[in-house]
Write a protein that binds this ligand. Structure first.
Ligand code: GDP
Ligand code: IMO
Ligand code: MG
Length: 424
């Protein structure tokens, strides 16, 4: 299949990085299509342990192009840091490209995000400036990477933009930025990144025409989509499959596969409703760990302890509806290895009645999860590599997911590393 899109089916941090790294061994190109360095995608492979924020997780496969595409908001300083970090671990980044239409996330976006979280309506953002960079895109006061290719024009734009930005910063009690300071950054970014900037529409469409294998990598998950998620506790972009085509400038008819990545339980960072959340710290600790292991439940971007709960299939089913998953990847079933019983939410009741839709955020605080209790398998699954070898109870868990969501499970994660995977 030529075009595959991979997205998160819950609240983010489902294990997308691990699955993209695994699938990219068969890809010609991997493309990130939304978000910015709010992402933290963990990859564990023969090159080491990585937490990628902007660079697509296909960067490790030699000969595989990696494109940070239109739809993203990219902090060039963070990108340069990340490129130099992975290069220092022996990873070749010569095939990493940036869309000329991608938005430049500026230092003042970060300042505004921090001020917004302190003085505005806090929703627990990653404070990486994401919402403010997208806001500038919408009000047409952002710079794009193409502007770095014409520095005179770039300076003109900065001169026009900065008075408005500085007025907002001043009103909120933040520090202001001079035109010279912002322009000086652009000169450095132009020098270091210009060679990677490409015209993205032909770049992607030519690859599709040549039947290259392309994997589009989403950031975050369905429930944090700005339109379809738990507004206002959401990000500022659309982490759903169709957006890869919208921002990529190719027809949706070219999409062959849509992989939904989910965790075998649920996690979330930031505020907002979470119907199956475990509020008892002792219960939570079974999933979380103490932060020493790569797969402990602490944010790969912010280090915040993740909120945790039982698997919520009402959410995964909703994600399947809005994305059109052709298959599911279920990560971290090994984290359920020790439980006698495992609870799975298979639906919601609102005001005493079962509902068949995703309620508003306010109603989501009120829903009562309908739980099915499954028997645990009490077996170490981390060394298992074939579906047949899984204990029957683990197969029943997978079958329960398939029957409620209505999508086949194709990949099952049994550990953080690339090879810790079962293909069903
Ligand atoms: P992403 O944002 O979707 O790429 O996910 P993150 O990297 O933020 O979080 C997923 C976490 O689960 C990371 O710590 C991964 O190392 C870990 N992980 C992914 N798949 C598996 C799995 O199958 N088993 C275990 N034990 N850990 C996994
Ligand atoms: P990956 O790609 C989990 C959450 C933040 C906050 C909300 C808005 O690793 O799955 P933002 O900084 O985007 O304005 O914050 O979204 N959030 C994530 N949660 N994983 C992520 O990325 C996230 N990126 C943003 O915690 O609730
Ligand atoms: Mg993550």
């Amino acid at each position: 299949m030529s075009v595959t899109i991979l997205v998160g089916a819950q609240f983010g941090d489902e294990g997308k990085g691990k699955i993209v790294d695994f699938l990219s061994t068969d890809m010609d190109m991997v493309v990130r299509f939304q978000g910015g360095d709010n992402a933290g995608h963990t990859v564990v492979n023969e090159k080491g342990v990585f937490k990628l924020h902007l660079v697509p997780c296909g960067i490790f496969k030699s000969g595989c192009k990696a494109l940070a595409n239109t739809g993203m908001v990219i902090n060039p300083d963070e990108l340069l840091k990340e490129l130099s970090d992975i290069e220092s671990k022996g990873v070749n980044t010569s095939e990493m490209y940036i869309s000329s239409r991608a938005i430049i996330l500026m230092p003042y976006h970060i300042e505004l995000d921090s001020l917004g979280e302190k003085t505005g309506i806090s929703i627990g953002t990653t404070k990486r400036g994401i919402g403010y960079a997208y806001a500038d895109r919408s009000r047409r006061t952002a710079l794009r990477f193409e502007d770095l290719l014409d520095l005179d024009y770039c300076k003109e734009r900065i001169q026009k933009i900065m008075p408005g930005i500085n007025a907002e910063l001043q009103a909120k009690g933040g520090r202001t930025f001079s035109v010279e300071e912002v322009y000086a950054k652009c000169v450095v970014w132009a020098e270091k990144l210009s060679a990677r900037i490409v015209e993205p529409i032909s770049f992607v469409n030519k690859a599709i025409e040549k039947k290259e294998k392309i994997l589009f990598e989403g950031q975050l998950g369905a429930m944090k989509d700005i339109d379809l998620g738990i507004y206002p506790y959401v990000t500022s972009s659309n982490p759903v499959a169709a957006y890869a085509a919208v921002s990529g400038g190719f027809p949706i008819s070219k999409i062959d596969e849509i992989v939904g990545v989910m965790k075998a339980f649920t996690s979330a960072v930031g505020d907002g409703p979470f119907p199956t959340e475990m509020l008892d710290e002792n219960e939570v600790n079974g999933f979380r760990g103490d932060g020493h292991k790569v797969d402990d439940e602490f944010g790969a971007r912010t280090g915040r302890a993740r909120r945790l709960g039982w698997l919520d299939l009402h959410i995964v089913k909703y994600a399947a509806t809005i994305n059109g998953f052709t298959s599911l990847a279920v990560c971290k079933i090994d984290k359920l290895d020790t439980y006698d019983e495992i609870k799975v939410c298979v639906g919601y009741k609102l005001n005493g009645k079962e509902i068949d839709y995703m309620p508003t955020s306010r109603d989501m605080y009120k829903v009562e999860p309908i739980y099915r209790v499954l028997k645990g398998w009490k077996t170490d699954t981390t060394k298992i590599r074939s579906y047949d070898a899984l204990p029957q109870e683990a197969k029943d868990y997978i079958k329960c997911i398939e029957s409620v969501v209505g999508v086949n499970v194709k990949y099952i994660g049994v550990g953080p590393a690339r090879e810790d995977i079962i293909i069903k």
